[in-house]
Design a protein around this ligand. Structure first.
Ligand SMILES: [Zn+2]
Length: 88
């Protein structure tokens, strides 16, 4: 049995680069990807609604949702049109 296959070694790890140059082996904070020492701690990271890094907003959740809705509308319109064409 390979060591990587052991359940103990399959748990996700922080993976941040440590001062020794190796990957951090600490388990990530619940619901986050990094451990408590590498940005996973409560209160770390940008506050909700922060727009410091916003450039054009093309990839904001709202913009993505809008595009998805629009393509869904186009898709249903196309299928409806195809059905109307079939009936003729
Ligand atoms: Zn870490």
């Amino acid at each position: 049995m390979k060591l990587e296959q052991l359940p103990m070694n399959q748990a996700s790890r922080c993976g941040a680069q440590t001062r020794s140059g190796k990957k951090c082996q600490s388990p990530p904070v619940r619901g986050k990807r990094r451990c408590r020492m590498h940005g996973g701690a409560a209160g770390s990271g940008a506050p909700i609604g922060n727009t410091n890094a916003l450039r054009h907003g093309h990839y904001t959740a709202e913009a993505i949702a809008r595009r998805r809705q629009l393509s869904e509308l186009i898709r249903t319109a196309r299928t409806t049109l195809a059905q109307i064409e079939e009936r003729r």
